[in-house]
Design a protein around this ligand. Structure first.
Ligand SMILES: *Cc1c(COP(=O)(O)O)cnc(C)c1O
Length: 423
């Protein structure tokens, strides 16, 4: 199809420009609300794609950004350092389990995961026991670069690139009642002749895979199997970190300490792109040497950008000084109340929640209809002043923590009304 002369030269992510879907122009953000250029307001029900934690334009974070921007905007990070990065690194080490002692900066969730994979492979290479196989969880999502697509679920979104994606071993998702099959498959994969280098998981919730939830006991059991077989355990907490699941890290609920931890999204409160990959001493030590060939070969231009780090430092201060988890608990209770109400509605099924992430599925009989349902729902919500972006027939709510009871009610009223779309 030849595109006509379009209004804007911008090629948007995950957008089919050929369908002429509305692309609202946002001019201002404030708390849980976004303002459009034509004077409408939208309640941000998905934290602007899972990044905004406290709320849009949090005054402390905005002030930290402004101050840092005027002082030092950017500096090379190979061989140089600066206060905001040091503050963030020390703060993260203090907030995470003791064995995670080393902090590597990058700029997105995808790069945090790429770094984690390279650290794991580098570890086995540098200690002279090369391993290359990565274990993944079915329906997982870890980013959109070639490496992170390789460890994620395969489907329409990466079919064009599939010959270039590296081979991994996929462990079945631990659906309720099928946990034993997951653990048995993991056990077998860990014990296989080609001993895996690492297992990468999204703890407690698989986000892009459909807000699929599993319990802390399974997470713990999976980590224990990896530990037993000396397979590195990588926790991708890019979505689950920063209180989303009710605790600072989802891993805490399972008493799991990963060998490598990926954080991004909420690290700056959702204000600027930044990511970190934390590692334990053995991983760092495998790269620690007088031999330059053993150093960790990874960098991007904006590694530990000082302005982004200042935003993260302000976010860490908020976490230290305010009871963020009490706010998350309030949101979680609000979500549960609404889910309970919808649970008996004939149009919905599988109400579920982990911390401040709630999801429910619209019952759809016809799979063909399903493919067009998500954009239909998105528009339905947009017309009602809500930013929601369902995954297929799964409607999920992952609001900024400042959302109030009235705003939650508006979201759930619209969700209930959306039942007409499948009637
Ligand atoms: C969003 C996400 C990523 C990718 O993060 P980007 O910043 O979009 O690159 C990786 N892992 C998980 C679990 C995510 O939810």
């Amino acid at each position: 199809m030849t595109a006509p002369l379009l209004e804007s030269p911008i090629w948007h992510p995950f957008t089919q420009h050929g369908l002429e879907e509305a692309i609202p122009r946002i001019v201002r953000g404030e708390g849980a609300v976004l303002h459009t250029d034509d004077g409408r307001t939208l309640i941000d029900g998905i934290s602007s794609w899972w990044v905004t934690t406290h709320g849009h334009c949090h005054p402390r974070i905005v002030a930290a950004i402004a101050e840092q921007a005027a002082r030092l905007d950017q500096v090379i990070f190979a061989g140089y350092t600066h206060d905001p990065a040091e503050e963030v690194a020390r703060g993260l080490v203090a907030m995470t389990p003791e064995p995670l002692r080393h902090v590597f900066f990058s700029d997105s969730g995808s790069t945090a995961v790429e770094v984690a994979l390279k650290m794991a492979l580098g570890y086995w290479h540098n200690i002279g026991k090369p391993r290359h196989r990565i274990l993944v969880l079915e329906h997982g999502y870890h980013g959109d670069t070639i490496g992170t697509m390789s460890v994620g679920e395969r489907g329409v979104y990466n079919r064009a690139y599939s010959p270039l994606l590296f081979d991994v071993s996929s462990i079945p998702f631990p659906a309720v009642g099928r946990e034993d099959a997951t653990l048995a498959a993991l056990e077998a994969a860990c014990a296989s002749e080609e001993t895996p280098a690492a297992f990468i998981v999204e703890p407690l919730i698989l986000g892009a895979g459909g807000m699929l939830m599993y319990g802390p006991q399974v997470l713990r059991a999976m980590a224990d199997i990896c530990r037993k077989h000396d397979v590195l355990f990588i926790a991708d907490e890019v979505m689950t970190g920063w209180g989303r699941t009710g605790t600072f890290l989802a891993c805490e609920q399972a008493g799991v300490v990963p060998d490598i931890l990926c954080l991004s999204k909420g690290i700056t409160g959702g204000s600027l792109p930044l990511a970190v990959t934390l590692a334990t001493a053995p991983i760092f030590d495998a790269h620690y040497s007088t031999d330059r060939a053993l150093q960790f070969f990874h960098s991007s231009s904006y590694t530990a950008n000082p302005i982004a780090c200042a935003a993260a430092a302000a976010n860490l201060a908020i976490w230290r000084e305010e009871d963020v988890l009490a706010t998350v608990a309030r949101v979680s209770q609000g979500l549960q109340g609404h889910l309970d109400r919808l649970a008996s509605h004939p149009a919905f099924e599988n109400p579920r929640r982990t911390g401040a992430i709630a999801a429910i599925d619209l019952k759809v009989g016809d799979a063909g209809y399903l493919s067009g349902l998500a954009p239909l729902l998105r528009n339905f919500f947009l017309e009602r002043g809500l930013l929601l972006r369902p995954l297929g027939n799964t409607i999920y709510i992952m609001p900024p923590y400042c959302i109030d009871a009235d705003q939650l009610t508006r979201i759930f009223t619209a969700i209930e009304d959306a039942a007409v779309l499948v009637e």
